[in-house]
Design a protein around this ligand. Structure first.
Ligand code: AMP
Ligand code: GLY
Length: 432
């Protein structure tokens, strides 16, 4: 069988690499891919939202399985388009992908399903939202622990965690008056700010059976100690001790199962990866958001540990027979992924620097360097994005995996390359 992976990040490189290991798989294509997928698979220059060309390519190359990485094509209906073309595709339909595409939809569903989440209010205009804040928080400097969110997709930038009234009013202004995020700001949410540590719990579901994957922890702020601006994710590790086996069962019973059932009841049956972004609070885990795809970078350390056949798992999901699969097999060793980024990211940055030391890094045992923002020019790998590489390692303990990942990071260089130095330390300190 030939497979097609849609996307061009570290997540898609990991998917292509893992799918390529399946005895069922002949050729792996990635659209549009990066330098890493060019080496481990075959790139095809089709943008992720050009469904007609992707479908034509899938037909021409007898692609038996298409796996969609990023949220944008999912919320735009790539799965519906492939299904109409009678092609097998892994991911939720456009209707089900609203769970990520609309925070208002997500909150309504969480409420209907009685899933724990932050209390919230929905607003359709800046005036009523500002009045809500002004009426409740009288003094500019009084504590105002709220989070203001644009309803739609805003590349992770439409969420403002506020401490005082000035920040809250400013966020409302940016989302709803200045429309910094365009139509994503047609509606906005103001919710209570939760305290605790964040965890990512991903599960594969065919709409009936739910297979939770080991709990992961992302590192969204740019700098060590969770300081600095938010990014797409500067590193992740699996499993996180923040989520115990008992808590995992609780999450399955009180969060994942009611969500999947509720999606079915609302006639949006969910198939694909259900990714719960959780805050582990003193009252237990609460849902911050749902994503409808593998996390990036969580996917990289997860797939590094997966021993089962990914192609078989994804096909079983599409065909609604997850209940027939044997339990997933995992490498018992933890895995740590460190993202190397361009100077200036998450702000503006320069591209086109040659990356050195990749061969050296590849020699380090139990390490895989997944590419994210890279491009191949002749035989040279160049930087092409903000998050450039996702250096992922296995180790006998989390600290051993961390050491191994950073040993590989040290081999790799280009002008301005940087990374966080503390990926997975939250697991080691046991801090919450
Ligand atoms: P979201 O896209 O909704 O996950 O929000 C992005 C980030 O904002 C999360 O990963 C959290 O760090 C933070 N965040 C979102 N909602 C809340 C909340 N209710 N309380 C505290 N932090 C939040
Ligand atoms: N790791 C965050 C995300 O994939 O959205």
């Amino acid at each position: 069988m030939n497979v097609l992976v849609v996307g061009n990040g570290g997540r898609e490189h990991a998917l292509a690499w893992k799918l390529g290991q399946s005895p069922m798989v002949d050729r792996v294509f990635v659209a549009p891919g990066n330098a890493g997928t060019a080496l481990d698979a075959e790139n095809i220059a089709i943008p992720v939202t050009d469904f007609a060309r992707l479908i034509r390519f899938a037909r021409e190359q007898s692609v038996g399985l298409t796996v969609v990485g990023p949220e944008l094509p999912l919320t735009e209906g790539i799965v519906d388009a492939f299904q109409q073309a009678k092609l097998r595709v892994f991911g939720p339909t456009r209707a089900a992908a609203q769970l990520e595409g609309s925070k208002v939809f997500c909150k309504r569903l969480l409420h209907n399903a009685d899933v724990p989440t932050a209390d919230h209010q929905v607003f359709r205009d800046a005036e009523s939202a500002s009045r809500f804040i002004a009426d409740r928080y009288l003094d500019d400097h009084q504590s105002c622990p709220v989070v203001v969110k644009a309803d739609g997709l805003a590349a992770g930038k439409g969420v403002f965690v506020c401490s005082n009234r000035i920040q809250a009013l400013e966020s409302i202004d940016r989302i709803a008056r200045q429309r910094e995020f365009g139509d994503a700001g047609k509606e906005l949410i103001i919710e209570e700010r939760l305290d605790g540590q964040e965890a990512s719990v991903l599960a594969i579901t065919d709409g009936r059976t739910i297979l939770p994957l080991p709990p992961a922890q992302d590192h969204k702020p740019a700098h060590d100690g969770d300081r600095g601006p938010n990014t797409g994710g500067m590193g992740a590790y699996v499993p996180t001790p923040l989520v115990s086996a008992t808590m995992m069962h609780w999450i399955e019973e009180h969060i994942l199962v009611p969500t999947v059932h509720s999606m079915k009841r609302m006639r949006f049956p969910f198939q694909g990866v259900l990714y719960a972004g959780l805050m582990v609070t003193h009252q237990g885990p609460k849902v911050l958001e749902y994503n409808v795809r593998f996390g990036d970078p969580e996917c990289q350390p997860l797939l590094m540990r997966l021993k089962s056949d990914l192609a078989e798992l994804l096909l079983a999901t599409i065909e609604g027979r997850l209940d027939e699969l044997p339990p997933l097999e995992w490498d018992p060793r933890p895995s740590v992924c460190v993202v190397m980024a361009s100077e200036g990211y998450p702000g503006s940055y320069q591209k086109g620097f040659p990356i050195r030391g990749l061969e050296e890094a590849a020699q380090i045992p139990d390490v895989k360097v997944f590419h994210a923002g890279t491009r191949l020019q002749q035989d040279q790998v160049l930087t092409e994005g903000g998050r450039v590489l996702a250096v992922t390692a296995l180790g006998s303990s989390i600290s051993a995996a961390k050491l191994q990942a950073y040993t590989a990071v040290k081999c790799i260089r280009w002008p301005g390359a940087w990374c966080r130095k503390d990926i997975s330390d939250k697991a080691l300190s046991g801090s919450r």
